[in-house]
Design a protein around this ligand. Structure first.
Ligand code: UT7
Length: 312
């Protein structure tokens, strides 16, 4: 995460100065968020992704030259094109390997992992770097208290390698474009100008209601594909948008909250970066251990949703 950390109190004070009223109590009670990080001006998704990538490569004992595929999940790319993956590839010094972005908003990391897994299974790649990186602070409307308190910036990464023993057991991806309008940034670049609103719009209640049902169905479909049941899950690593959504999913999967990795309090909703940030925290703290079964799941704009089951 970038170094600039704003607690709820810091953000409440900044917003109050602009005449936007909110409170630490409201944010904590409705979302579980206590702090978020915002990137400094001139710091892009590729910069945050680069730090995460270096850290993941070091943890995996691999060098940039070992990587033959880079997938970056982001909805806040550095440029319209080329992809953030290409920019990151050059900064990392992994030039020559395949590199592209996946755009599935908050489901992006689950989508990107599933794509990398498929490419490894077909032999198209042997060693993949999968990154979730976002600078959502750039697309927030700080006059809209219903959204600007929810999101933060960050990045996380993993290295996947071909192996005789499967790490990723199954995945289940979906989208339904009829819900485009409930979570979107409707503006676009045209003729040298931005047409439409370039800031995030969300119907929070509509997203909440859809998320709860869809996450349950994706989780159950993924378990069924792997021939496993809820009781086989050691850890649920959900997209970190709202503690209440995570609690509801855990209830539906009959999992105690002790089995859910929760980091939303410390970084807010970082979209495609939230699952790898949660995973990183859980692995490095020793909470989650090698050999354990993890269910990852995400939901976001599109509407997109998906789940992925893996043995660490
Ligand atoms: O990452 C992609 C997925 N995104 C999500 O999963 C987000 C899903 N949605 C949510 O997490 C929740 O719907 C929110 C956290 C966005 C909102 O929580 P809610 O419990 O659904 O609140 P609400 O929208 O029903 O608003 C309740 C009240 C309203 O006031 P009235 O109409 O009851 O007087 C809002 O105006 O809270 C008010 N409110 C606020 N008050 C203080 C909304 N935002 C704020 C705020 N501070 N920041």
């Amino acid at each position: 995460m970038p170094p600039r950390r704003l607690t709820n109190a810091d953000l409440v004070a900044e917003l109050a100065a602009k005449g936007v009223e909110t409170s630490d109590e409201w944010i904590v009670e409705r979302t579980g968020i206590r702090a978020r990080h915002f990137a400094a001006e001139g710091v892009y998704s590729s910069d945050l992704g680069l730090e995460a990538a270096r850290s993941a490569l070091q943890a995996a004992g691999r060098k940039p030259q070992d990587i033959d595929l880079i997938i970056v999940a982001t909805s806040t790319p550095d440029m319209v094109f080329p992809s953030t993956a290409c920019i990151l590839q050059n900064k990392l010094g992994a030039n020559g390997c395949a590199a592209f972005d996946v755009q599935a908003v908050c489901s992006g990391f689950v989508y990107a992992l599933a794509v990398a897994d498929s490419m490894i299974q077909t032999g198209a790649a042997k060693c993949a770097l999968v990154v979730g990186a976002e600078v959502f602070s750039r697309i927030l409307d700080f006059n809209d208290r219903t959204t600007c308190v929810l999101f933060g910036d960050g990045a996380g990464a993993v290295v996947l390698e071909a192996s005789e023993t499967p790490g990723i057991l199954a995945s289940d991806l979906h989208a339904d474009g009829k819900h485009v309008g409930i979570l979107c940034v409707p503006g676009h670049v045209s003729g040298g100008a931005i047409l439409g609103d370039p800031l995030l719009k969300m119907d929070g209640q509509a997203v909440f209601k859809l998320a709860v049902g869809l996450l349950e169905s994706a989780a159950k479909a993924t378990l069924a594909k792997a021939g496993l049941t809820e009781s086989d899950i050691d850890w649920l690593v959900p997209h970190q948008a709202n503690i209440r959504i995570m609690q509801s999913t855990a209830r539906k999967l009959k999992l105690s909250m002790d089995k859910v990795v929760v980091t939303v309090a410390q970084h807010g909703n970082t979209s495609a970066a939230s699952i790898p940030l949660a995973l990183d925290t859980a692995v490095r703290s020793g909470q989650v251990k090698t050999g354990e079964t993890l269910l990852l799941e995400g939901v976001g704009g599109g509407f997109t949703w998906g789940a992925l089951l893996l043995v660490l």
